[in-house]
Design a protein around this ligand. Sequence first.
Ligand SMILES: Cc1ncc(COP(=O)(O)O)c(C=O)c1O
Length: 442
Amino acid sequence: MATKLNLPGPKAQEILKRDAATISPSYPRDYPFVMDHGKGTEVWDVDGNRFLDFAAGIAVCATGHSHPDVVRAIQTQAEKFIHISSDFYHEKWAQLGEKLNEIAPFQEDALCFMTNSGAEAVEAAIKLARYHTRRSRFIGFYGGFHGRTMGALAFTASKAIQRRHFYPMMTGVVHVPFPNPYRPRLTFDPTKADYGDAVIQYIEDFIFQYECPPEDVAAFLLEPIQGEGGYVVPPDSFFPRLRALCDKYGILLIVDEVQSGMGRTGKWWAVQHWNVEPDMVCAAKGIASGMPLGALIARKSMMDWPAGAHGNTYGGNPISCAASLETIRLIDESYMANAAEMGEYTLDALAEMAARHPSMGNVRGKRLMIGVEFVRNKETKERGKDIRDHTVHHSFEHGLLLLGCGRNTVRLTPPLNVKKSEIDEGLEIFESAVTAAEKKLL
Ligand SMILES: Cc1ncc(COP(=O)(O)O)c(C=O)c1O
């Protein structure tokens, strides 16, 4: 059994004090982990305590911490040149465009706009959708998270704190319920339709009829599996129906794969689980193992904006491109397959664990994008936020890094190259934490 660590240790305390003096208090830190170094799925804090990292820097460290091949690629590139700006050209940028074109989830060729972050990829998608369609309106989903810049924030609706006092937002975005099968918001007859159908029906019969004519809508923008909003997987009917709705009205389908993409769900893109081709994909996080990089990947026929319409200084940063190329190679060679195998293994183990625990209301996800929703009662589904929070903190104190999401869910997103022994060790700590939380709070 993992022993209780004495956290934060003295060195961590000292850094926390300095951080509080100069760093914005807006960052949503949940517990005081102060990193010193990491290797694969293991990380150590400044006081020498070891942890398993099932948060992976918010699903960013796809190849684990400081993978030697990624480190070498970064070092080699840094010695050649660090920056030249998007006014010029370099080979790694073109090479990354070729790679992303190869793995883009549509038949048509892709063109890519490189960014520094996920939010910036979303901003680019919003602008390109307006530019290409000459339409101004969008449909987003409750529970969605797309970043915190003003365009992306107009879509983000996973927690009210993210929007409080920031109005007015970019105009033109209408929100509809995400098809969350565990907590459906819309009434529907389950003998006639599933909840994916019900949401599509609501958009057609209600949103399009009363509020937002479909011919004004440039695009739907949504995560195939909601991340920040609670790791919510839609019913299988949803994406094919949404694609058909888009085709019917000439609306673009933009998938935000910032968290769900790059092999985390056992496929390059989560939307591929439903055999649906989007028109644009927003990527970031896992794309470069932690170097800041994002990309808007669009069908070639849609990226029809001219020089000067959109740009940035750091787009195609050579070090980020070098890290990304190495990351993609590793994911392709074996880590995506490992994510599929370890993901199934973890989901099965958690389903068994849920049968032993009254607070584990719903275990869901695809491969290594896993959420556990905590409840006070499995029948009523009363939210168990306190149990979730206690579980996360207890896990930290016993050497496991986890992150919450949604109002009462924990996410498990280890690196894609996590080992089975590490999953077993992490799950043992997790189960002890759930047991402790239930004993104290149920
Ligand atoms: C689905 C999704 N989109 C966009 C973003 C924003 O990315 P970034 O924080 O890199 O701006 C996030 C970040 O969590 C995300 O999960």
